[in-house]
Design a protein around this ligand. Structure first.
Ligand SMILES: [Zn+2]
Length: 725
């Protein structure tokens, strides 16, 4: 009888041994040795897989004997050590329930398995966790995953345990009991993945416990699985160190954490250097170089999967009233789950109250809330009790919730990296999702204030860093105010080339016209030069006011109505003048000084416009803006997006709702978020394939051996019932 309740798995009892489900429970790594093999030895991964495979045949017929476990596998093919290709595919299906890798995953896994240090830059939702979890299982022994946030660790460990992998975490939020249990797992050598906060790496106790883990020759015991000959010392070795959110090591990144600087020291202190694998979702070339240098990666394999997330629709709105715009959007998306990001705590409270008053199932999150409330609110959102989360950027890093259908930014973030990371929390399940930014000029000023204010200790911030951050803010502002394809702008920020028209963003959908603006450009540039001739410089608004002939107190007082370019663009709307002015600045024909009041000035390239009369054209929205067509925005027939739409349309909605209810019941009974039981995508696959038995259930994307054993009967019974069988 195994008394241990490890990895969130059900306790195995010998009385129920003839039941197939109990058998499966005891086949979970940490229970194998207690329940079946009492000799104090444990098994390398391949061995456990073999046992699972051996029993998977009779399982289909119902029951099987205890002795099934004790017999050597009869099939010689199974006993043969498979090559690494077969192994990684076996682990992918066995534990995670997938039959194919996503782009980039395999290359990273291969590099790590070959013992090469690795830096992988993969967007949110590309499946970066699998890239180290699979090698961790195949390498055996221990893998340490350095992770910045407790919520991230908790989620990952839950998901791994749910998949039947022995994983644990060490952080300040553990109870004494949890801490003791983690330490016990660590010294037993059963733990495959240990998630650790960076602050803990140089902690004496932690280093001491690792010493035991790393073991040495004298505890070496030949495992009873002599055919595969894995020795105790190997199983206990620290084989890999993974650095998640690796951009935190760089102060040029958007989320610098000083504690990340300890990682390199920790690695240097290890007697035997393990493989080092670093992962991040966002990294500009500068940050990338920093990661490589600061972590001391040796001859690393560097991989970037590309940043495009085809299932995300990008939109920028410049509403007069943000609350009304938000309300309109949320009413359209009432049944979906999503995040509304605000720039400040005050805005969070304000928006939260506004939506609460209008009966939305809304919750909130920011650093000013008490810990208990913050956690309760986060859980309410994760467990689908609330559908809208209003939060500051303190929320979301490490949140793995896959069914987030939209991310609305109520305020513009301070740079594109933050924006893309936050917006990228939508559509992690690969379903169509929307990312909407509600922009206003005040957002720019708020961010400038945040960037230039003194640090918490009152210290003046570093001037070079301020300039760097203001430059990033400028690029973010261009994203929000520009008129070209939003996707192409995001991708070009990350150094990727992209077509100028994606057809799945608000700018593309407002139906662009290519318009010759040569004359308008000449007028604007010469206005800036005239102003400079008078020894003056102004911001964009004032320049636009002058050319449009605005009759304001400011203009009269400064005699700007006497400039020769005053009123030369009267016929255009203020908005259009601003679009053209923004375009000229963005293309470098005019420059914009950073600072509290950014001023427009002429530059070298301005000469091309006024002296060389260079022709300039730009994509401008038609003056009469037609409403956005939802279906037209989702791509031509045959494209990935069109297929996604088709899949959603043809879904058996009634069955989907039933499956969701079942999933919710299972999740709340186990006190884990629904998506850890199954992602929405897995439920949709069930709706399409309608599996009626265990074998068919195993074909569902996201169903591995453990989940099949745990939930297969429940879900297939429900599907049979739904089909009237
Ligand atoms: Zn576009």
């Amino acid at each position: 009888m195994c008394q241990d309740r490890i990895g969130g798995l059900p306790t195995f009892e010998t009385e129920r041994v003839s039941n197939a489900v109990s058998y499966a429970a005891c086949l979970i790594p940490c229970c194998v040795k207690h329940a079946v093999f009492r000799k104090g030895t444990s098994f390398p991964l391949e061995r456990r897989l073999i046992f699972r495979y051996t029993v998977s045949m009779p399982r289909a017929e119902g029951f099987f004997e205890f002795s099934d476990f004790l017999e050597e596998p009869k099939d010689k093919e199974i006993g043969k050590k498979p090559d690494s290709t077969n192994k990684k595919h076996a682990v992918l299906k066995e534990y995670f329930g997938y039959t194919a890798f996503r782009p980039g995953q395999e290359a990273v896994i291969d590099a790590i398995l070959a013992g090469q240090d690795t830096l992988a830059v993969m967007p949110t939702g590309a499946g970066k966790s699998l890239c180290y979890q699979i090698p961790a299982l195949l390498l055996g022994g221990l893998t340490i995953v350095v992770s910045p946030l407790i919520s991230l660790m908790k989620d990952q460990v839950n998901a791994l345990r749910e998949a039947g992998v022995c994983a644990a975490c060490l952080n300040s939020a553990l109870s004494l009991q949890e801490y003791t249990e983690t330490m016990r797992l660590l010294s037993s050598g059963d733990c495959h993945l240990l998630y650790v906060a960076p602050e803990r790496l140089l902690n004496e106790n932690f280093l001491h416990s690792l010493k035991n883990v790393r073991g040495n020759g004298d505890t070496s015991v030949e495992d009873m699985t002599d055919g595969l000959s894995v020795r105790h010392q190997d199983k206990a070795r620290l084989n890999m160190v993974v650095i998640d959110e690796a951009h935190c090591v760089s102060q040029w990144g958007h989320d610098f954490r000083p504690s990340y600087l300890q990682i390199a020291e920790f690695i240097r202190g290890l007697k035997q250097r393990p493989v080092i694998a670093a992962f991040t979702a966002t990294a500009t070339p500068k940050v990338k170089d920093d990661i490589l240098a600061m972590l001391g990666l040796r001859d690393p394999y560097v991989m970037s999967t590309g940043f495009d997330r085809q299932n995300l629709y990008f939109e920028v709105q410049k509403p007069k009233n943000k609350k009304n715009a938000l309300l309109e959007f949320l009413q359209r998306n009432k049944r979906k789950s999503g995040i509304v990001y605000c720039g400040t705590r005050k805005n969070v409270e304000d928006v939260w109250e506004f939506l609460s008053d209008r009966n939305f199932a809304v919750t909130k999150y920011h650093a000013g809330l008490e810990d208990a409330e913050r956690h309760a609110n986060q859980d309410a959102f994760l467990y689908d009790r609330k559908t809208v989360m209003v939060a500051t950027n303190a929320f979301g890093m490490g949140i793995d919730k896959s069914n987030v259908s939209y991310v609305v930014h109520y305020n513009m973030p301070k740079n594109i990296e933050s924006y893309y990371q936050e917006a990228g929390r939508a559509g992690r399940d690969g379903e169509s999702a929307e990312c909407v930014l509600l922009y206003s000029g005040q957002d720019v000023r708020l961010n400038e204030f945040l960037i230039t204010r003194p640090g918490e200790d009152g210290a003046e911030p570093d001037e070079a860093l301020i300039q760097h951050n203001l430059e990033l803010l400028k690029k973010m502002t261009w994203y929000a105010t520009g008129t070209d394809c939003l996707r192409s702008r995001l991708l070009s920020y990350f150094g990727e080339s992209a077509p100028s028209f994606c057809g799945n963003c608000s700018n593309c959908n407002t139906q662009f016209d290519e318009i010759d603006v040569t004359v308008e450009a000449q007028k604007l540039v010469s206005c800036v030069m005239r102003v400079e001739q008078r020894g003056r410089r102004f911001g964009k608004t004032m320049i636009a006011d002058i050319v449009r002939g605005a009759n304001t107190e400011k203009i009269r007082a400064q005699h700007l109505d006497t400039i020769s370019t005053y009123g030369i663009m009267r016929e255009l709307s203020a908005h259009r003048v601003r679009l053209i002015l923004d375009f000229l600045i963005e293309r470098g024909y005019l420059a914009l000084d950073a600072g509290e009041y950014p001023v427009v000035r002429s530059c070298e390239m301005s000469r091309e416009i006024v002296f060389d009369r260079k022709p300039v054209s730009m994509m401008l929205p038609k003056e009469d803006k037609p409403p956005r067509k939802q279906t037209a925005s989702l791509g031509e027939p045959g494209t990935v997006l069109a297929e996604a739409v088709q899949n959603v349309l043809s879904l058996d909605e009634a069955l989907f709702e039933k499956l969701r209810d079942l999933r919710r019941n299972i999740a709340s009974a186990a006190n884990i978020p629904s998506y850890i039981v199954f992602a929405d995508a897995a439920l949709r696959d069930m709706c399409r394939k309608k599996p009626k038995n265990r074998r068919e259930f195993l074909d569902i994307s996201g169903v591995g051996e453990i989940k099949m054993e745990k939930y297969g009967d429940l879900f297939t019974a429900l599907i049979r019932e739904h089909e009237g069988e």
